[in-house]
Design a protein around this ligand. Sequence first.
Ligand code: DGL
Length: 261
Amino acid sequence: MAIGIFDSGVGGLTVLKEIRKVLPNEKIYYLGDTARVPYGEKTKELIIRYSKQITEFLLEKNTDVIVVACNTATSLALEELNRTFKIPIIGVVDAGVKTALDTTKNSKIGVIGTKATIHSKKYEIEIKKRNSKMEVYSKPCPLFVPVIEEGIVEGEIVNQLVKMYLDEFEGKIDSLILGCTHYPLLKSTIKNIYPDIEIVDPAKETATDLKKILISKNLMKNDGEKGFETKYYVTDGQEKFRKIGTMFLNEKINCVELVKL
Ligand code: DGL
């Protein structure tokens, strides 16, 4: 039994971190599609094709459940993955929606993400499905991912970028969904600039959802052998992934394997 997790790059590590907190004894395989990041600029067809290839790769590792730790792939490919594959596959959007609805007090929710995620309107649709009275303000923030992938998560450049994208939310929303798994790295900058806005990171709730699925399907095995290390795979740039990934996880990543999909 193992859990497969994937993202276009290092972003999904923010989800992996939360999953490991609630499921410390399960085996985890993580794939970052670093050769093809960013997904946020790609078409639905491509994102579906990449997501299927990765799912097939993770299935070869005998994973029984997969977490799409990427909002872009969740928004554009999750339905198709669930139509194609038999094992449980969950994304991050549902968790973000649930958490935001529990958090907001003024019924005005902001969503930031990649162009593909925001243009898909996935968050808006799912929020309104659950509560039609909610007002949703969405904004793509395409410059965040390349900056974070370079390991730049604070300082003047980041402050300016955050203000450029988020100033328009001020005074309107009271909760902001980080609709991209890279963005939690900007949490403290965003909080410093907009202390009155509650930041919603779907990662925690995703981990809780995953645990519920494992329990309900009797898949929890607790068989990650003592010292079993999460296995990391990338499609390009092992060294860079190791370096930036270590920053994301706050712990050393020792071994990253290069794979061809
Ligand atoms: N981390 C991914 C997400 O959650 C997207 C980054 C990208 O554009 O590839 O949407």
